[in-house]
Design a protein around this ligand. Structure first.
Ligand code: ZN
Length: 272
């Protein structure tokens, strides 16, 4: 099941187009997820839609968790030891944007970070690792866009603000239910900048896989339906390249995850 958002409403995406959800689930897709799953198998009435009209599939999550240094080659390129526990920060929810938008570049060095995003569907607290998938109902694609100068300026650094400019949280194109994945633990990630592959890895290579992240986060916080977990980026970000490379006006960034989908973003200079 693929649930997306068009014109401020959640819809089912099928091969034929977009289908309005039945009346009772309305927009609270997480409260009715299992009912929607049953309904989606025979849903009819698809209408065509323009891909560019898709909005971010969870417009106002109460919490966005993000994880730093969750792939060994990325930890190494960033010059850090492999972490002993997940390193967590937040992207403030006003940074979210849809899967096919143009993002304003603030002053500084804006970098890409393709990430698998786990979508919480059920409230959860103190989840054991072996049940770590239980609160997760869907996966989607995310970009943890990051302005590196502000992110890394402090001693110690504070990550959250430099990763929360408007448009710095592209998420989409849809919530893809776990029913769609033959192997939810091993998906290919590919990030392409202006036709050149800049990141390529598999989610099986995460240091802390999704069940570990869910378990760890839920030791501290109550996880809530609609919460997003950015699970970390593989190697290949721009600020660790020689020479360094950052996003510039006109660039096209393609973010693709096997079985989940693809987002495409353009960039322009933010002139006040
Ligand atoms: Zn990240």
């Amino acid at each position: 099941m693929r649930i997306a958002r068009l014109a401020g409403r959640s819809v089912l995406l099928t091969d034929e187009g977009a289908v309005d959800l039945p009346a009772p689930p309305a927009d609270d897709v997480f409260a009715h997820w299992d009912d929607l799953l049953a309904w989606s198998a025979t849903a009819t009435g698809a209408r065509p839609y323009a891909e560019a009209d898709l909005e971010t599939p969870v417009p106002a999550p109460r919490q966005i968790f993000a994880v730093a240094l969750n792939y060994r080659p990325h930890a190494a390129e960033a010059g850090y030891e492999e972490p002993a526990a997940p390193l967590v920060f937040t992207k403030f929810p006003t940074c979210l944007t849809g899967p096919y938008t143009t993002v304003d570049l603030p002053a500084g060095h804006v970098d890409w970070e393709l990430e698998l995003v786990a979508v919480i569907g059920r409230e959860a607290r103190r989840v054991p690792v072996e049940k770590g998938w239980d609160p997760v109902v869907a996966l989607t694609v995310g970009q943890d866009l990051s302005e590196r100068i502000s992110q890394l300026a402090g001693r110690p650094a504070q990550f959250s603000l430099g990763k929360s400019y408007p448009g710095f949280g592209p998420v989409g194109p849809a919530l893809v239910g776990l029913d769609e994945f033959p192997d939810r633990d091993d998906l290919e990630l590919t990030c392409v900048l202006n036709g050149e592959t800049v990141q390529h890895d598999r989610t099986a290579n995460m240091i802390f896989p999704i069940p570990r992240l869910v378990s760890y986060l839920s030791e501290f916080c109550t996880l809530l339906p609609g919460d997003l977990i950015f699970t970390g980026t593989p190697a290949g970000v721009g600020n660790r390249r020689v020479p360094q490379r950052f996003l510039t006006p006109g660039d096209e960034l393609v973010s693709r995850i096997e079985g989940v989908g693809e987002m495409r973003h353009r960039f322009r200079r933010n002139t006040p």
